[in-house]
Design a protein. Structure first.
Length: 303
């Protein structure tokens, strides 16, 4: 790899990822740590970063470090105020410099985005949106970013017009790990027909959601409902409930989905069942593309 040019960092609540970027633009990584924002005091962020990338830093030279995610929250390294929609995803000019002790790093944190009505916020996903727009210049439509807290964003003319957050991933974790349903589910095979049927049921009859949840437990007790089918149905009910509420975003709109793995596959299947053609982009690649776009803006400014 060529000499280190800059470092890209995605600092989330539970994890830290960093990429070493060379002068040719090649990114090595990610290097991963479980030292997310939630377990760090402000004074712990710099040591956590150096533990991860310190050995790659050259002596006698300062390396730019660009950070997205929850490191910019009130509880993070330094609070960086949100930008309010409608606006373009925050870029390098919006990043806030953080004071550091080590002269080898120049750290800047990108702000998140906020919305007043209905109240909503994001940190980290705005950088993925910037990455989508870098990959699909001129795109007007909807971006879906599945995760613990899934984001739906409408973008037009390079700006985020509005967005909504759904706690679907967190609800799935709570119900599958903490509720009575934990005795009913498994991590085994995936029952695709059960998933699709549950998506359709939740969209058609959202008021039955709580009753349909308990039916998973009763089905296991009375009808030997397989654990794989119960897990797929739980996922389908939750994603279907989300799709019903997010219908104004995806109905009749082009949709780009940023994600990979089983969760992104589930959203693609669920949307496909509603007649939506999904353009899939890799979540890691759009995160890096968004950080690279911000770095390019700073470079143009001579920073």
């Amino acid at each position: 790899m060529s000499e280190v040019d800059w470092i890209a960092v995605d600092w989330g609540t539970t994890a830290l990822r960093a990429w070493i970027v060379g002068g040719t633009g090649t990114a090595l990584g990610p290097r991963r740590s479980d030292r997310g924002m939630a377990v760090l005091a402000p004074e712990d962020f710099e040591p956590a970063l150096l533990d991860l990338v310190g050995e790659a830093l050259p002596a006698g030279r300062t390396v730019p470090v660009l950070v997205c995610g929850t490191a910019g929250t009130r509880e993070g390294w330094r609070e960086v105020p949100y930008r309010t929609v409608p606006c373009a995803p925050p870029g390098g000019a919006d990043a806030a410099r953080v004071a550091t002790r080590d002269p080898r790093i120049d750290v800047r944190i990108l702000p998140g985005m906020s919305q007043s009505r209905p109240a909503d916020v994001m940190r980290g996903e705005e950088t993925q949106i910037a990455g989508v727009l870098a990959a699909r210049p001129g795109y007007d439509g909807v971006i879906c970013l599945p995760g613990t807290h899934t984001k739906w964003a409408e973008v037009s003319a390079g700006e985020v017009v509005s967005f909504r957050t759904f706690m679907t991933g967190e609800l799935f974790a709570l119900l599958s790990e903490r509720s009575i349903l934990r005795h009913t589910l498994s991590d085994g095979d995936w029952d695709a027909p059960a998933f699709t049927e549950a998506v359709d049921a939740a969209i058609a009859h959202p008021a039955r959601f709580a009753a349909d949840l308990f039916a998973l437990r009763a089905g296991a007790l009375l009808d030997d409902l397989p654990a794989s089918a119960a897990r797929a149905r739980l996922s389908g009910l939750l994603i279907g409930l989300e799709l019903g509420a997010a219908r104004p975003y995806w109905l009749g709109q082009p949709v780009i989905l940023g994600g990979e793995g089983a969760q992104a596959d589930a959203y693609t299947t669920a949307l496909g069942g509603q007649g939506v053609t999904v353009d899939r982009l890799d979540a890691t690649q759009i995160t890096l593309a968004g950080l690279a776009a911000a770095r390019g803006q700073l470079r143009q400014e001579g920073s």
